[in-house]
Design a protein around this ligand. Structure first.
Ligand code: KG4
Ligand code: ZN
Length: 356
């Protein structure tokens, strides 16, 4: 069983994991979008309280959907970070309670490892692969060499890509959360109308930057104000085209720099909430076709935050003999590649959001 509560989704899932293959027996996701919508973003204290209110029911629903009881479980995992600490504690303590009561092994999962392994929920995606992790708190390129073995190739130096979608939506007066709203508006827009910047495109390395793009959207919107519906659609399409160009450019760069032995075929995975975006997926698939790499992305249900990916990460760890005791603690920050994060931090402490 896996539990997830690091942001604004309360989720529980049961995954059957045998001989390296996963089967999702149940996946319950209760979103708190309505509670946060009036504030235009996630309010940590509201999130933590909402997780407390429904985590127990969510666990029971996941068992019911899987037609299993607590005694059928062979292990329990929960996101132990990174994320909003109050929320993380709710899922982690619930998992500890289940582990203690049932005498089960317990795994504190890195939420980012959940996203990194998420395509393995439904497809056979062998290690190693190149991962583009694009979510509300992250934008990173990583070499995934195995469970727990990650090498950061590049990362955003300012905003995360989902954050750029959310801020653009806010500037244009679109609904929260911004990603799906921007994607919907872009479908009726002209991607060539606004000449928005492509930050860091063509530069060496694999880092990203999105703050300048967001500012350019704000400037263009201020000049045009009041915006017509067509202006908004065109701006969203132009913004999405810029994001697509940047993601493709940085990924191409990572493909060239990845230390892959010649006999290993190139495999590319895009995961995280923004991987739900059809334009983003299509642009990256095109790049893979051009480079002769295989392309993988989780099904839409497993792009955004979910507990099936946490259950899978827990199961993969247990299969390798890796488990945590009940002493495992909640962490607001937890980089996947700790060595790179310490050697070359992209942010100074406290400057940026909790998932950094
Ligand atoms: O992975 P996720 O659910 O949570 C984090 O771990 O951050 O990602 C949420 C982010 C939000 O910024 C949301 O606006 C974005 O993913 N997102 C999208 C789409 N669906 C969700 N961005 C672009 N297009 C979408 N269709
Ligand atoms: Zn996430």
């Amino acid at each position: 069983m896996g539990l997830e509560s690091s942001c604004d989704e309360t989720a529980a899932a049961v995954v059957v994991f045998e001989a390296g293959h996963a089967y999702v027996a149940s996946s319950i996701i209760a979103s708190q979008i309505e509670a946060h919508a009036p504030y235009g973003g996630v309010v940590p204290e509201i999130a933590a309280r909402a997780h407390v209110a429904i985590m127990d029911q969510t666990v029971l629903k996941a068992l019911e959907q899987a037609q299993l009881g607590f005694t059928d479980l062979t292990g329990v995992a929960a996101t132990a970070g990174p994320g909003l600490i109050g929320g993380v504690m709710v899922g982690l303590l619930t998992a500890k309670a289940i582990a203690l009561a049932q005498g089960l092994p317990m795994v504190g999962v890195n939420h980012l490892e959940g996203h990194a392994l998420s395509p393995r929920l439904e497809a056979d995606v062998p290690f190693p692969y190149l991962l583009l992790l694009v979510s509300g708190g992250h934008c990173q390129l990583l070499a995934v060499k195995g469970v727990g073995d990650y090498q950061r190739l590049g990362s955003t130096i300012d905003d995360a890509v989902g954050e750029a979608f959310d801020k653009t939506a806010k500037i244009l007066g679109l609904a929260y959360p911004g990603g799906p709203a921007v994607e919907h508006a872009a479908q009726s827009g002209d991607p060539k109308r606004f000449d928005l910047p492509r930050p860091l495109k063509g530069r060496p390395g694999c880092d990203f930057s999105f703050a300048g793009l967001k500012t350019a959207v704000a400037r263009a919107a201020a000049i045009l104000s009041p915006l017509s519906a067509q202006d908004i659609n065109d701006m969203c399409a132009s913004f999405q085209a810029a994001i697509g160009d940047v993601l493709v450019d940085r990924t191409r760069q990572a493909m060239a720099s990845l230390p892959l032995p010649a006999e290993v075929p190139g495999r590319f995975v895009v995961a995280g909430g923004v991987a739900a975006n059809e334009t983003v997926r299509a642009r990256l698939k095109e790049l893979c076709d051009e480079q002769g790499w295989s392309f993988f992305a989780p099904a839409l249900d497993y792009c955004g935050d979910n507990a099936a990916m946490i259950a899978l990460a827990g199961a993969e760890r247990l299969a390798l003999g890796l488990s945590d005791g009940l002493g495992v603690h909640a962490r607001s920050r937890w980089p996947l590649d700790g060595d790179a994060a310490h050697a070359a931090p992209k942010f100074k402490t406290g400057r940026k959001g909790p998932k950094v």
